[in-house]
Ligand binder design. Structure first.
Ligand code: NAD
Length: 354
């Protein structure tokens, strides 16, 4: 299969491409605008593979999309390109509306026009898989409740509202035009190659430098955590075995409060990095509580029984082993994140090496 992956230079997209190139036989076309969140270093191990190619493009640019569909003739689209950081969406929602809503609409239209011209057989097997988040469901007030595929949408942040809009557009393109779409909604991912603005890498890098570990509010907000390599296996299964027009929730069965996550990391750091930065007695002493994020949802928890049952997928990595692997990865790949922290990963692509 030829799979057009949007956002393949991001955290989950790059994990997906490494998985497909290393463990599957398909071809991948990575379509990415290369925003601040993208990092082609994450694809170093696959970039020379003849089954991999890269197209720098914006999903809002219809002419570029039409050209890429025509040139590559993909059998499927896996759509991950998005603005993905909730805090940034609160500071400035415009780019989230543009990329996540207008971009998804533009991609759907390009895909639909391409799909309409395919022969009957390829038309039937073509897939448009939209990758989304459990944040579209909003806050879970009842502490025993779980998000199912039928839970009504109630997004709280500009980010989750923009993803919810995109999900609705994808479903409408299936219902109205017959485009063979599938949507998946996943909980918080963590693992190697995650951009250091997200909770877990931010805490790791701050701790290694002896900087404060800022936790929002009282730290009791609960999220479900999924190791990124489990997520990309699920995505591939959904693409290849999932039913058209359906939604699949994906979760790790790992509900943790933010403070538990940070304390788990501190314990692992004590074990793996006993030589602490100057002035630090215990990593936990670096924890500090900061003003809560506006509109912060208290709890997300996901019911993955549909994907378990229908596609025989389940998360394999426990939270403890996934966190250990993640920390070990950041400890042995310092050059990857140092190039992000000093900005050189981004300047090079702008042609500004110094
Ligand atoms: P990310 O921010 O790491 O990567 C996003 C990628 O999209 C980047 O490479 C960026 O350059 C690209 N991109 C952004 N705007 C673009 C545009 N206009 N045109 C083309 N490319 C563009 O995000 P991620 O964490 O890898 O998330 C990937 C997808 O999965 C997103 O759709 C996100 O909503 C969803 N998701 C993420 C999580 C999570 O925990 N990270 C959980 C569930 C769902």
């Amino acid at each position: 299969m030829k799979i057009l992956v949007t956002g393949g230079a991001g955290f989950i997209g790059s994990a997906l491409i490494r998985y497909i190139i290393n463990q599957r036989q398909d071809e991948v076309i990575n379509l990415d605008k290369l925003t601040y969140a993208a990092n082609l270093d994450s694809l170093e191990t696959v970039s020379l593979n003849p089954r991999y190619s890269f197209e720098r493009a914006d999903i809002c640019d219809r002419a570029a999309l039409d050209r890429i569909f025509a040139d590559h003739q993909p059998d499927a689209v896996m759509h991950l390109a998005a603005e993905s950081h909730v805090d940034r969406s609160i500071d400035g929602a415009g780019i989230f509306i543009q990329t996540n809503i207008v971009g998804t609409y533009t991609l759907l239209e390009a895909a639909r026009h391409y799909w309409n011209r395919l022969d009957t057989e390829r038309k039937k097997t073509f897939r448009f898989h939209h990758i989304s988040t459990d944040e579209v469901y909003g806050d879970l007030a009842d502490k025993n409740a779980l998000f199912t595929e039928e839970t009504p949408y109630s997004p709280s942040s500009p980010y989750s509202a923009s993803k919810a809009s995109a999900d609705h557009l994808v479903r409408a393109w299936h219902r109205t035009y017959g485009l063979p779409t599938i949507v998946s909604n996943c909980s918080n991912n963590y693992g190697p190659f995650q951009f250091p603005e997200k909770l877990i890498p931010l805490m790791i890098l701050n701790a290694l430098e002896g900087k404060p570990l800022p936790v929002y509010g009282n730290g009791l907000q609960i999220r479900d955590w999924l190791f990124v390599e489990d997520h990309v296996r699920a995505l591939y299964k959904i693409l290849t075995e999932g039913r058209v027009g359906e939604t699949y929730n994906i979760g790790g069965n790992n509900e943790k409060s933010n403070i538990e996550v940070v304390k788990t990391l501190c314990t692992l750091l004590e074990e793996l990095v006993p030589n602490k930065p100057a002035g630090v007695m215990k990593y936990e002493d670096l924890i500090c509580y900061v003003t809560d994020r506006p509109g912060h949802d208290l709890r997300y928890a996901i019911d993955s029984s549909k994907i378990n049952r229908e596609l025989d997928w389940r998360a394999e990595e426990s939270f403890e082993s996934g966190m250990r692997k993640t920390l070990q990865w950041y400890l042995t790949n310092k050059s990857w994140w140092r190039r992000i922290l000093n900005g050189s990963y981004h300047l090079e692509r702008l042609g500004l090496n110094n």
